[in-house]
Ligand binder design. Structure first.
Ligand SMILES: NC(=O)c1ccc[n+]([C@@H]2O[C@H](COP(=O)([O-])OP(=O)(O)OC[C@H]3O[C@@H](n4cnc5c(N)ncnc54)[C@H](OP(=O)(O)O)[C@@H]3O)[C@@H](O)[C@H]2O)c1
Length: 346
């Protein structure tokens, strides 16, 4: 792979709000489901914002695992949402930071010229349309590259650790998949709340997760969960697709298991059987067993922005690429060589 040349985090740029947005914009697309060879950079028609939407001049976008799922159309069950035969949204990318340049009817929150960040389908483009309620003001002390990498991975980590696991100071928390997009935030949020974090990732990234606040680090290739120094008050299960019974054995009798995700669980359901298992078992258990799909919102992004601004958490940035570098970054994500997040500057 040829890593794209890093670009400065916040190069000076004139306000886009003073110039009319072009009708055709550069974007990273894939027209069919498949591998990285489907990815193109092309000009696409820009659409105007509809009711409750705003047009954002994208300063940076974040790459998350969802982009790979949207590229490959797996698990197949997700095609009900992505588009059955081909992707409904040809432009990749789900999270962004930028400047509001036009408002759709009925928008009362963001104003033209505001710096914002949050989620929007088709974020890997020069301009993207976002729902106003999916955006938050970018804090003054947070640059666009940082802000662009927060909403999906950081939002998922915050929901898992705070809302579902209800982690408190002094608790022992296990994070499986600690060095990735979600895990790098989950370790930090749990440590910030005062928990003693055990992080599981590959040995090559042990230094990274220790730096993020993990007290103990283990390599999933050599250390089974049963050999970790449990029991844990909470397990945040982001990777590995381990059997639910194995994870429950590592929990305290009233501990919380939160299933966030995991790759390789089958092309049709992608490990969904574990989600069904925890839903079925939870009513009969003293342990709190749950799974969730993050409900993105401007409010969730705002909470993340505040945590970054105060220094409680920080995005871990593997690299910054241009639109032409997205395919290589997706390949690196597939190979598992990324350390944290990739930001894309159109
Ligand atoms: N529920 C939701 O709403 C939601 C939202 C976002 C993402 N997700 C899902 O969450 C999962 C993780 O996303 P991500 O963005 O964090 O992915 P990612 O950046 O690719 O990170 C994956 C992590 O898993 C680790 N890992 C790989 N195999 C493992 C194993 N057997 N045991 C423990 N750790 C292992 C990797 O470690 P090394 O790199 O060190 O090998 C890395 O830390 C994906 O399945 C994604 O679809 C769910």
């Amino acid at each position: 792979m040829n890593p794209s040349t890093p670009t400065p985090a916040n190069p000076p740029s004139a306000s886009a709000a003073t110039q009319p947005a072009p009708t055709r914009v550069r974007a990273v697309t894939r027209r069919s489901y498949g591998g990285v060879d489907q990815v193109r950079v092309e000009h696409v028609d820009r659409r105007d914002p509809g009711p409750g939407e705003v047009l954002v001049a994208v300063r940076a976008a974040g790459l998350d695992r969802g982009a790979l799922h949207l590229l490959t159309g797996t698990p197949y069950a997700a095609r009900a949402a992505f588009g059955l035969r081909r992707p409904r949204q040809p432009v990749l990318g789900l999270e962004l930071a930028g400047e509001v340049v036009a408002l759709g009817p009925g928008v009362t929150g963001p104003a033209i010229g505001d710096r914002v960040f949050g989620t929007a389908p088709g974020a890997f483009a020069e301009y993207a349309v976002a729902r106003a309620d999916q955006l938050a003001p970018t804090p003054a002390g947070v640059d666009d590259v940082q802000a662009a990498t927060l909403s999906i991975s950081g939002g998922t980590a915050l929901e898992a650790v705070q809302r579902y696991a209800r982690v408190e100071a002094g608790q022992r928390v296990l994070v499986l998949g600690a060095s990735g997009g979600v895990g790098s935030f989950a370790v930090q949020v749990a440590a910030h709340l005062g928990a003693e974090v055990t992080a599981v990732c590959s040995a090559a990234k042990a230094d990274l997760v220790r730096d993020l606040g993990a007290r103990h680090v283990a390599d999933y290739r050599t250390t089974p969960v049963a050999d970790l120094d449990g029991p844990f008050d909470a397990i945040i299960d982001i990777a590995g697709n381990r059997p639910v019974r194995e994870l429950r054995r590592a929990l305290t009798p009233t501990g919380a298991l939160v299933i966030v995700g995991g790759e390789g669980g089958g092309r049709w359901l992608g490990g969904l059987h574990r989600n069904l298992a925890v839903s079925a078992l939870d009513p009969f258990s003293r342990q709190h067993l749950s799974w969730f799909v993050t409900r993105q919102s401007g409010e969730l992004s705002a909470r993340l922005g505040a945590l970054v601004e105060t220094g409680a958490i920080r995005p871990v940035l593997d690299r910054v690429v241009g639109l032409d570098g997205v395919a290589d970054a997706l390949e690196a994500m597939e190979r598992g060589t990324l350390r944290g997040k990739v930001a894309v500057r159109p």
